[in-house]
Design a binder for this molecule. Sequence first.
Ligand SMILES: Cc1cc2nc3c(=O)[nH]c(=O)nc-3n(C[C@H](O)[C@H](O)[C@H](O)COP(=O)(O)OP(=O)(O)OC[C@H]3O[C@@H](n4cnc5c(N)ncnc54)[C@H](O)[C@@H]3O)c2cc1C
Length: 473
Amino acid sequence: MTTEGKEQGVIAFLEGLVGKENVSTSIFEGIKQSLDPFPYHVKRENLPLAVVLPENKLHVSEILRYANIEKVPVFVRGSGTHLGGASRAHTKGIIINTARLTNFELMEDYGFFESGPGVRVADAADTLDERGWFLPLFPGSRVIASMGGIISNNTSGHIIDAAIGKPADYVLGVEVVLPTGEIIESGTKGLRKPAGTDLTKMFVGGDGIMGVITMIRMRLVSMAKQSYGIAIYRDLKAIARAVKRMYLEKAPAPLFVEFMDHNVSTIAFQIKEMEPPPGPVLFFMAIGQDKEEADKKTAKVIEVFKKEDPVIAHQITDLEMWTKLWAAREVIGPYLIQKMHGQSTAAEVVSNLANLEEAMDETARFNEGIPYLEDLTNYMFGHIGALTMHPSFVMPSEWDDVRMQEIIKNKFKREAELNLKYGTCGGEWGQFSKRTGFFIQRYGETAYDLIKKMKAVFDPNNILNPGVLEGYR
Ligand SMILES: Cc1cc2nc3c(=O)[nH]c(=O)nc-3n(C[C@H](O)[C@H](O)[C@H](O)COP(=O)(O)OP(=O)(O)OC[C@H]3O[C@@H](n4cnc5c(N)ncnc54)[C@H](O)[C@@H]3O)c2cc1C
């Protein structure tokens, strides 16, 4: 059969399975479903054969069974917001978009909820919130990011690991369609996660390479009472010392501990019409069973933060003030992009605790020596309670694709150098795609080969998300 004949066969199969209205072969849809946050275009030759919207797990199963027999690449797409390149298809194939897999069941009797992968994180959070439950996922992208994308990454975004753990700690089980089309369920309907071997772990934080998650079962978490605090210092190193002290002096880790460098905090405060701060800002949210417990934790954290000579350090009792501060932090990225008519890129530098002060200093100089990036301002902020720093840059939109690609490559290289130096790894954007090189340097060829072998067991024809593990090298 000719290539064209085979492509027509794929499209006819998909249309027969889910209906013509749920299959698109439009070039515009192809571009939309291939783009991700990277600041360069998709290549024409990589545009998908078709974008398909399955309605249920059986559709997903039939698509994968067919693709496995016909050896057609399949890319799974939630919202395409992955910051490491995993949602950008690098070759022609089928894109399964999970947007119609939005079943959501709150099963309070059992103490869990079940969510389809296409449910938006913010929608899941709102539904739970109405009943007094808290979704322990808080990425900056939650308004658009899908539950499937987040769980495949095992990322909780801004939430501090030391406070309440990672998403995987709450996932009781998943339903998954394997690349060969078989459907499996893992885990439990009880509130005790399995001891020993549990296949859930292959998929939660599995970078989407072993199977397509079609249902996520997560334990319900009650909404805690909150209390807030702020500390403003003269320089970033003092912020690093304060956070280190928080851990060493056994202050309870707050749910969120964010920082903004002086430049970012000045802009952020301006956006919300607040007095400009005298230096970089550290702010946090502590939680407790009741308000008293939350306030007590805040007081302890403030007490520790005060030991690093802040200009200001106090509890925030005015909810409006906290809301402004939090909102200012949340909008800083989009605000800078809009104001400067540019394209943004950020890195994820994670320090170890011992060297946080040095890492903060080095991250502030992240772009030194990187062509083009070194001429731009480093806007630094991040989840410093998780020892995570995001040096961020806004690039002029008129820079061409070649330059943009070079910058992204060098950015990941510098990120890798720093995370290698501190013996850490990204805690938010997955382990492969643009980070595959880092993975090999960090954990070695033997570890990488093991993952390749495991993938081959699940996906003998390498049809599911090919290129993610290979890192497009
Ligand atoms: C403005 C902005 C802010 C962000 N803030 C944060 C942040 O604070 N913290 C953070 O960690 N990340 C953040 N991100 C990154 C991003 O939102 C996350 O990586 C998120 O997990 C991706 O979700 P998604 O639905 O867009 O997934 P996609 O990008 O569509 O997919 C990501 C990967 O998961 C796979 N996948 C998706 N669904 C499934 C499924 N059902 N089964 C198997 N594999 C699947 C895909 O194939 C792909 O490999 C941000 C991104 C943006 C653009």
